[in-house]
Write a protein that binds this ligand. Structure first.
Ligand code: ZN
Length: 243
């Protein structure tokens, strides 16, 4: 089975469409989305429409919950808060209902899909430290866990000798049942690893391989839309910087 795994689209329709274009003609059986379809970007409803049409598994992110008042936005910085207030005002009741119904976590065969962390996903913690990674990897019931949330592609590995490894610089990973992997697929709509290219992953369970893909998109168009919508201009600037 081949899976396409996307996260953190954040209302960026140009980046989302470019990734779907990149997937066209490839042999993908399942499309997975790890949360944050809205927030920051200028096309929340258009992105939700595409997502519902094309995806098999869809998970809630903290911005999705914030846009419908299910999570407190006091923890958000002022720019993220302004963007969520703008987003919430754009969404019709039907679209809000879609966000309300999104689950926090999905598991199938050896795979776990979640936005932030497999342990207590509703707390929206980030996995930046080794301790946090080990706690989450040890708690995994399945071999492979896919997350988003930080917008930074990364992999944490717990070996059969209980050693922890980390990398943020990889394009493919050889998977092994004896080893637990926690893979961050990066962000489609607002990458934060210093590259402006949209990021997503492809998992091939037969070949036991994971591939990280980066895709160029028309970010100038998204930037113009952000400015025209009256969203904070920093949200346009950061797309080009990748921070
Ligand atoms: Zn996000």
């Amino acid at each position: 089975m081949r899976y396409a795994i996307l996260s953190d689209i954040h209302g960026n329709l140009e980046a989302f469409e470019a990734v779907l274009e990149d997937l066209r003609g490839t042999d993908i059986q399942k499309r997975i989305f790890l949360g944050d379809i809205v927030g920051y970007g200028p096309n929340p409803e258009e992105c939700i429409t595409l997502l519902r049409e094309k995806f098999d598994v869809m998970i809630a992110g903290n911005h999705d919950w914030a846009a419908i008042g299910k999570t407190d936005i006091q923890a958000f910085n002022s720019v993220a808060r302004k963007a969520i207030e703008w987003t919430s005002a754009q969404l019709s009741p039907e679209y809000k209902k879609f966000l309300i119904d999104l689950p926090l976590k999905k598991e199938e065969s050896s795979l776990t899909f979640v936005h932030a962390t497999p342990l207590n996903p509703q707390d929206w913690n980030y996995i930046f430290s080794g301790n946090e990674a080990i706690r989450n990897l040890r708690a995994l019931k399945r071999d492979l866990c896919f997350v988003g949330h930080s917008h930074i592609p990364a992999v944490f590995v717990l070996s059969d000798l209980d050693e922890l490894f980390f990398s943020s610089n990889f394009t493919e990973l050889i998977l092994d049942e004896k080893i637990r992997f926690l893979i961050n697929v990066g962000s489609v709509g607002q990458p934060r690893d210093g590259f402006s290219l949209a990021s997503y992953g492809v998992l091939d369970t037969e070949k036991k391989m994971f591939y990280l893909r980066r895709v160029k998109y028309a970010l100038e168009t998204t930037q113009q839309k952000i400015i025209s919508a009256g969203l904070p201009s920093i949200l346009a600037e950061r797309l080009a910087r990748g921070w």
